[in-house]
Design a protein around this ligand. Sequence first.
Ligand code: SF4
Ligand code: FES
Length: 230
Amino acid sequence: MSDVTLTIDDQSITVPEGTTILQAAHQIDKEIPTICYHPHFTAPSLCRMCVVEVEKSRVLVQSCSRACENGMVVRTDTPRVQQARKTILELLNSAVDVSDAPDIQEYMRRYGANAQRFADGARRELPLHDDNPFYIRDYSKCILCWRCVQACGEDVQWTFAIHRAGRGFETRIATFFEKPIPESTCVYCGNCVQACPTGALKAKREFWIESGRDVSELVRHSRLERRRKR
Ligand code: SF4
Ligand code: FES
């Protein structure tokens, strides 16, 4: 495998062929914001938060999945890039409850995103699933980043308990045939909960504490639920 040399924000860097722009930027301590990208998973390239300007490219380029090329000239933080990131955040915020997503909240501050810009937009409001003893699924907070699906599937666990359902605005993460988690192939590994950046998936204990409920009640509640389902 040969090396390629490119320029990122006026800094020259040589990296092995196949290195993404994001990985190259990290090597020279340049931070590029990401949402759907997780360093241990295949980049799904869904959110476009990581876009950068590449000279001679008509459109902004997703740095998490685009490989570096010889002679590339990359700019990571131009006004055009900042405007794109700001709009992405405003659109996300208009449709989904991102109040429990610390990285997104920080990006909104950084890029001056106006939380009211698309205040009239339709919102994805979905019922909270509380169907198992270990975690809740609150898909009103889901930004469809795909990280839980990757963690459950080919990138980590190979369990395939969850996948995409629906189309367009109705797209959502679901179990197969919308079965409750105990009737799915879920093995309660917790990888999806760890990977979720928005609080859509949350340990039940954490959810109970945040709701001001007595945690000792959770144990009793779980036992009763188990008995009820037998
Ligand atoms: S539940 Fe969380 S990890 Fe899964 S797609 Fe939604 S936001 Fe991403
Ligand atoms: S982080 Fe690159 S597209 Fe989401």
